[in-house]
Design a protein around this ligand. Structure first.
Ligand SMILES: [Fe+2]
Length: 328
């Protein structure tokens, strides 16, 4: 059984004004807003929901000092949902809410939900084609410069867990995820929620503290220009880079991670590998986090302080000396 993707991710917040600014600056569309609740949407209609930290509607915080509460996955049919809920009910508490979401907890203490997908089929935005040797697909047209990102979907979610073997068993055997790659020795495991999917939709990392926590939540954007342009715009608004930009050798994606005030990181990424039943999982022995990355963002170009080009500088110089000759 395949999942349709992340339907929603839920956070608590002690500062909804800041949370509102954070997710709006990130490029999500705000769909509702009150003193106790914020709802945002990605391009494909998935939701980030932020509630006042004291709300009884929220699951408890996963980790101390952080506000991640729950993620909800979509399934295609009520039959799929019933089958999963019945199986989960064999050995854990399962609770069906009024909106049709089945809530439960995995073996690492992470609260998750399952629901029949509510998202309407949305058409992804067009991407301006790239030119390569022998393939001139963009003709008489300047490539895109993004003033800010508009994330299309939440492509993956990453958690620290005490035991990656146990977590892998839960997600593969109970929820039907597929193995993409892993680090040997239990350091980390990359899973995907459909046989044919992006390289990873969930990455489980061995927790250095032995406690579960959200590591990061990743949003897919159209291309590398949107990763860089979106990241630049977000940084300009005062949000701090965690690491990046850079490129992952595992999944081939470009990335840029920022700090989420609600805990963990938040990532723009693009161009992930897409894998199928033919994919053969690797067993990695060394850390392959990045092919390259910048540790803390990029130097921003201040257009007001830009130097003139060499030719312009020479022309100015010539004009100035001609003016000087005239006046002497
Ligand atoms: Fe990621």
């Amino acid at each position: 059984m395949d999942y349709t993707g992340i339907e929603s991710v839920h956070f608590g917040s002690d500062d909804l004004t800041q949370s509102r600014r954070f997710f709006t600056d990130w490029g999500l569309k705000k769909t509702s807003h009150s003193a106790k609740l914020l709802r945002f949407q990605t391009g494909n209609g998935a939701e980030v929901v932020v509630r006042d930290a004291s709300s009884a509607l929220l699951a408890p915080p996963l980790s101390e000092g952080a506000q991640f509460r729950e993620f909800v996955l979509g399934v295609k049919t009520q039959r799929d949902l019933d089958r999963l809920a019945n199986d989960l009910a064999r050995d854990r508490h399962v609770n069906l809410d009024r909106e049709g979401v089945v809530h439960s907890v995995d073996d690492a203490g992470i609260h998750f939900g399952l629901r029949v997908s509510q998202r309407k089929a949305a058409k992804p935005p067009a991407v301006v084609p790239r030119n390569a040797p022998g393939q001139r697909l963009r003709v008489d047209r300047i490539s895109t410069h993004y003033e800010g990102a508009q994330p299309w979907q939440m492509g993956h979610i990453v958690f620290f867990v005490p035991d990656t073997g146990e977590a892998e068993r839960f997600y593969r055997q109970r929820l039907g995820f597929h193995l993409s790659d892993r680090y040997v020795g239990g350091a980390g495991v990359f899973l995907r929620w459909a046989q044919r999917s992006e390289h990873h939709n969930m990455f489980l990392l061995k927790s250095p503290t032995g406690k579960s926590a959200l590591h990061h939540l990743a949003f897919e954007v159209r291309d590398q220009h949107e990763v860089f342009g979106g990241g630049l715009a977000f940084a300009k608004r005062g949000w701090s880079t965690q690491v990046g930009p850079g490129r992952h050798p595992i999944s081939s994606a470009y990335f840029w991670y920022f700090q989420n005030p609600l805990g963990g990181g938040i990532e723009y990424f693009c161009d992930p590998d897409f894998v199928t039943e033919k994919w053969k999982p690797h067993q990695y022995r060394v850390n392959r986090f990045s092919e390259w990355h910048l540790p803390k963002g990029i130097v921003q170009i201040d257009e007001d302080k830009m130097r003139p080009s060499l030719a312009t500088a020479k022309a100015i110089e010539r004009a100035q000396s001609a003016q000087k000759e005239k006046t002497t």
